[in-house]
Structure formats: C-alpha cells, structure tokens
Design a protein around this ligand. Structure first.
Ligand SMILES: *[C@@H]1O[C@H](CO)[C@@H](O)[C@H](O)[C@H]1NC(C)=O
Ligand SMILES: *[C@@H]1O[C@H](CO)[C@@H](O)[C@H](O)[C@H]1NC(C)=O
Length: 198
C-alpha cells in the first residue's frame, strides 16, 4: 500500500535507462525531422511502461486530519505582519492519510501532502488559502500522483483544479470538490470528489 514511485526496482531502473537512452536517440531523430504532432506525442506516451491508466470520470476518498499531530505543521511560516495585514503570508505544511471510506480505520489508499498559504491580504474574518496538494494514490490497481491546486475558503465545498498527474494519472485534468464532513474536537475529515476530463 506504500505510495512508492510506479516504476521502482532494479528492472525498472534498467528499463528507465533504456527508455532514456532510447528517448535521447529518438529526440535527436525527431529534432532532425522537426515534425511532432499532438497525436504522435499521445502514441509515445501510450507505449511507456507503468500501471493501468486511470480512465474513469470520478474518484472519491477521504482525508483524515488530526489537529495537533506533527502531520500538520501550522507554523511553517508566520504571518508577515499580524497587526497590519492579518494572517497574510501564514503557511501550513501537511501530510495526511487518505482513506477509501470516511472512518479513520478505513482502508488507506494513499497520502495527501502539501501546503497552504494565507493569501487574504488585510483580511478580517475571511479565510482565503492557496492550497497546493499532491495525492499519492495506490489502491492496488491504480497508482500514481494527482496534483491539485485551488483556493480554500471557510465555507465548503471548495472547488479545486486537477492540474496534472503521474503513472496511472498521466496527463490528468479536471476539477474536484473538497468538503469538510466532520469537525469533532481535534479531528477534521475531508471528502475529496475528483472529476477527470480527458
Ligand atoms: C507592521 O505594520 C505596521 C503598519 O505598517 C508597522 O507600524 C509595524 O512596524 C509593522 N510591524 C513589523 C513587525 O514589521
Ligand atoms: C496513517 O495511518 C497509519 C496506519 O493506519 C498510522 O500509523 C499513522 O499514524 C497515520 N498517519 C497520520 C498522519 O494520521
């Protein structure tokens, strides 16, 4: 279940070397010919090794947050000037478990790691964070990372953009909804509902 690179291991390393040297030669030929269309790029990508490509439209999971745990560093960067510009500039770093179902003991399907930066300049009550997040996903069939970016405000759900991916999620594009479904003492739980557009 560990979210390791999708082509880890000795044979994969040899394969990478073969691919890289192959690509260098290929690149030289392509440069000489200088004809590369969008379609030929897709064909090259399809031939690269890796886990099964994820071609479904939707992916849902939960992110488990325990406030106070070292997996949430709420003091990565202090606000620039609290009295003048509120929380502007405050940054947090996180590394959470992602699970299949909402329960804490539910099967782990990966990790959600990233950071938020408070971008509400001279804010009063407004929470306005820029979030950059990497989902390391591995459910046994699909494996890889999904890159997410978006604006997080106090009122959920927040819509984020899927800006890319690796391995099963190469070339991923789309959007997602992040909704807080539990607020119980130090526990927070978020539902991620991702929609892919290919
Ligand atoms: C914060 O901003 C105020 C207003 O501009 C300024 O007077 C104060 O010196 C600043 N504080 C710091 C620590 O920079
Ligand atoms: C993630 O799950 C593992 C195993 O269930 C647990 O040991 C670990 O503490 C969890 N990590 C976080 C950050 O919640």
């Amino acid at each position: 279940m560990a979210a390791t690179p999708c082509m880890a291991g000795g044979s994969a390393t040899m394969m990478m070397l073969a691919i890289v040297s192959g690509l260098l030669i290929h690149h030289a030929i392509q440069n000489a010919m200088a004809v590369v269309s969008g379609n030929s790029c897709k064909r090259v990508a399809a031939k690269l090794l890796g886990p099964a490509p994820f071609r479904k439209c939707r992916l849902q999971y939960y992110v488990q947050v325990l406030v106070g745990d070292v997996s949430l560093n709420q003091n990565l960067l202090p606000p620039l000037n609290q009295s003048y510009s509120g929380p502007f500039g405050h940054a947090e770093l996180f590394a959470f478990n992602a699970t299949e179902g909402p329960e804490q003991a539910s099967t782990r399907i990966g990790y959600a790691r990233g950071f938020t930066i408070d971008s509400a300049y001279k804010a009063s009550e407004i929470i306005d964070l820029i979030e950059v997040e990497l989902i390391s996903y591995d459910d046994g069939k699909y494996k890889g990372t999904i890159q997410i970016q978006g604006e997080i405000r106090a009122i959920s759900p927040n819509e984020v953009a899927i800006v890319g991916g690796t391995c099963s999620f190469r070339g991923a594009r789309g959007f997602g909804f992040i909704e807080r479904v539990l607020l119980d003492g130090p526990y927070r739980r978020f539902h991620h509902d991702l929609h892919f557009i290919y």
